[in-house]
Structures are given as structure tokens and as C-alpha cells.
Design a protein around this ligand. Structure first.
Ligand code: PLP
Length: 386
């Protein structure tokens, strides 16, 4: 089959992806493909991606450190912002130590194979993020997948397993559903069955828990012991990057063995310098998080009657990710296009990102939205649904 034929097949199935051109910085109001839109498409949950204080810090960082790191940190030098962000992040999430990565995808690809290899066993939630799925493949470990949040099945798999190293993998907040994994119960299973628990907190870091310390903190937990937490800096923190936090022994091991930290050019120190400011804003951002919760409640109250009328399904989510499951690919695309026609952008998410028949609009809220903008979205969906 030629590539053109493969592309035609994707198109016929309504699965062709398209990157729309953004003409303005990330924010609630953007120019997309040259048209003004109200955007519900980003993971910029606190509105820090273009925040003046973060932009100022990035500028300072550029003047002080230039643009590039020049080499891997293991060869060309570990710059002070990179060192500082590791100590700041460890303190912030309450861990002994943290290790910094260029992106969340790279972090997962590095961490998982370093924790579990050939003949070891990995236990993974079926709705985990693509980067965790790919990381499992790269690890060469035996892969046991359990149905979404089905801890009974997970326990059965753990108790039947005799591998030397066992690793449980889960999103903390599921990226396409917005629901939260029961971390205390997962940790209990990890402890009972002598396994490690790696939690991907891409969508909880900065948003959940006291001062935004993340999903573990939301449950009164800290990284350490059997619990290893990975978080990203491209969502609530508004930049790009990631970290893993846990006991010093685990992080020291990852520093030696996570190939995506070692064999890659160091993160630009100016970016890391800007992210230090993001972390300060996150810590002081209670008002932003309260506002975000108000917006979430307002949206759900508005969508409930629309869903009851149409058979669309509102995901049981308490987080800023509020998907509306419509079902078919074409039907979902049609709703997303109708929204775009009204100047509103909420992306259609289709398989393989979500299971077949569960295509959805992924509405993502930010503290930079206002209540009137939520009402505008609800009114547009009500009109499209009728
Ligand atoms: C976005 C995301 C990632 C990848 O992080 P990047 O920093 O964007 O590479 C990993 N895991 C989850 C759950 C995510 O949502």
C-alpha cells in the first residue's frame, strides 16, 4: 500500500488529523487559521503560557544564559536553572529528589525502561497516555493491561505474578477523560505486592492538591517509598518539560539510567529559568484554582441538560478536562466544525487516541477563561444540539 493510499484510508474513516495555524499566543482568545476563536483547546490550566511574569523571566533567562545548552547536561554542563528546578520541584511536591526532562513524553520513555526491563512485569491502566504505552513497549517488560481503574483485575494480575521487578503505571488525571485515579488504593496494592507505582501527573501538577502540589498531595500523599511521581511543565506550568520525583535512591538510579535524560541536548536554561517563575505562580495561585473550579461547575451545570437531550455523555470528571462523548467520528467532527463556525474551538478527539465509538469533544478549561465565555460555549452547543 502506498502512503497516499494509507492517507486516503485515514481520510475516508474521518481520522485525518490537522494542525490549525495559531496566529496568537496561547490563551482563551486566539487567531486560528486566521479567524478569531474562543479556545477550549489548551492544557494551559492556570493561564501561565503567556503570563507576563513568565515571559519576563524567560527574557531574563535568555539574556543571562543564551539560547542553547550546547550539549547533553552530562557532557556540556548542568546549568544552575536546571539544578534549581530539580530542588524546587522536589521541595514543592514533598519528595527527597527530582530529575528534570525536556518533555513529558521523553520522561516516560526514559523512566519506565529504567525501572522495569526484560523479564520484569508492568501493570498498566488501559486508558494510560500514549507516552506510557510507548514506554512499556520500549521496556521489553511483560505487559499486563487492566480495564480502566479496575483494581480488582489489577490485584489478580499482581497476585499471580512472580517477576523480579513489578511496576504499576497510571495517569493520575486521565488525559482524555478527566477522571482521577484512586492513588491511595493503588499505592496500597503496590505495597502489598512489592511493586513500584509510577504516577503520571501531567494534568494534576499545578492544579490539584494544596497550592497545586499535584494529585498525590490531593490525596495527602507524597512521592517516596513505593510511590514515584512524574509531572509535566507544559500544561499548568505553561512552558515545556517534565520531572520525576521520589526517594533519592530511585532518582539517583534514574539519573544514571534514563536514556532520554542522558542522550539528549540539555533543556535551554532560559526556559528552565522561566519555569522557576511558573512554580512560584503555581504555589501562590489558590485564587486561580478556585476560579477554575467555579468554571468547571458552571460548565457541567450548563452541559447536563444538553447531554440528557442528545444522548451525548458528559465524562464523570471533576477536573479541568471536561469531555463530551458523542460517539462516531463524523458526528463528533461535525459538532467541532459547527463550533468553529460559531468562533469556538474545542477539539474533536478520535481513535486511536480514545477507544473506537467514543469520539469526543475535549473541552479544556483554564483559569484565564471568564464565566461569560463558558456561557458562550454552552449556548453554542445547545444551538448545535437542537
Ligand atoms: C501531555 C501528556 C504527556 C506528555 O507530556 P509532554 O510534556 O507534552 O510531552 C504525558 N502524559 C500525559 C498523561 C499527558 O497528558
Amino acid at each position: 500500500m502506498t502512503f497516499d493510499e494509507r492517507l486516503a484510508e485515514l481520510k475516508a474513516k474521518g481520522l485525518l488529523r490537522r494542525r490549525r495555524l495559531a496566529g496568537t499566543p496561547c490563551g482563551p482568545e486566539m487567531l486560528i487559521d486566521g479567524r478569531p476563536v474562543l479556545s477550549f483547546a489548551s492544557n494551559d490550566y492556570l493561564g501561565l503560557a503567556a503570563h507576563p511574569r513568565v515571559v519576563d523571566a524567560a527574557t531574563q533567562g535568555l539574556l543571562q544564559w543564551g539560547v542553547g545548552a550546547g550539549a547533553s547536561e552530562y557532557l556540556g554542563g548542568h546549568f544552575p536553572p536546571g539544578r534549581d528546578i530539580e530542588t524546587q520541584l522536589a521541595t514543592f511536591v514533598g519528595a527527597e529528589k527530582a530529575l528534570h526532562f525536556a518533555t513529558g513524553y521523553m520522561a516516560n520513555l526514559g523512566i519506565v525502561p529504567a525501572l522495569a526491563g526484560r523479564n520484569d512485569a508492568i501493570f498498566a491502566d488501559k486508558l494510560n497516555h500514549a507516552s506510557l504505552i510507548d514506554a512499556v513497549r520500549l521496556s521489553l517488560a511483560f505487559n499486563h493491561r487492566y480495564p480502566h481503574l479496575d483494581l480488582g483485575v489489577l490485584e489478580g494480575q499482581l497476585s499471580a505474578n512472580r517477576a523480579r521487578q513489578r511496576l504499576i503505571l497510571t495517569d493520575a488525571v486521565f488525559s482524555m477523560d478527566g477522571d482521577i485515579a484512586p492513588l491511595p488504593k493503588l499505592l496500597e496494592l503496590a505495597e502489598r505486592y512489592d511493586a513500584w507505582l509510577l504516577v503520571d501527573d501531567a494534568h494534576g501538577f499545578g492544579v490539584l492538591g494544596p497550592q497545586g502540589r499535584g494529585t498525590a498531595a490531593h490525596f495527602g500523599l507524597k512521592p517516596g517509598g513505593r510511590l514515584i511521581v512524574m509531572g509535566t511543565l507544559g500544561k499548568a506550568a505553561g512552558g515545556a518539560g517534565a520531572f520525576v520525583a521520589g526517594d533519592a535512591s530511585v532518582i539517583d538510579w534514574l539519573e544514571q539510567s534514563a536514556r532520554t535524560a542522558i542522550y539528549t541536548t540539555g533543556v535551554p536554561p532560559a526556559l528552565t529559568f522561566a519555569l522557576l517563575e511558573s512554580i512560584r505562580l503555581i504555589e501562590a495561585g489558590d485564587a486561580l484554582r478556585v476560579h477554575l473550579q467555579d468554571l468547571i461547575a458552571r460548565l457541567r451545570a450548563g452541559l447536563q441538560p444538553i447531554c440528557e437531550r442528545t444522548g451525548w455523555r458528559l465524562s464523570p470528571s471533576t477536573t479541568a478536562i471536561q469531555p463530551v462523548v458523542i460517539g462516531g467520528n463524523e458526528a463528533t467532527l461535525a459538532v467541532a466544525d459547527a463550533l468553529i463556525g460559531r468562533g469556538i474551538w474545542a477539539p474533536a478527539i478520535r481513535p486511536p487516541t480514545v477507544p473506537d465509538g467514543q469520539a469526543r469533544l475535549r473541552i479544556s478549561l483554564s483559569a484565564s477563561h471568564g464565566p461569560m465565555q463558558i456561557d458562550e460555549l454552552v449556548a453554542a452547543l445547545a444551538e448545535i444540539a437542537s
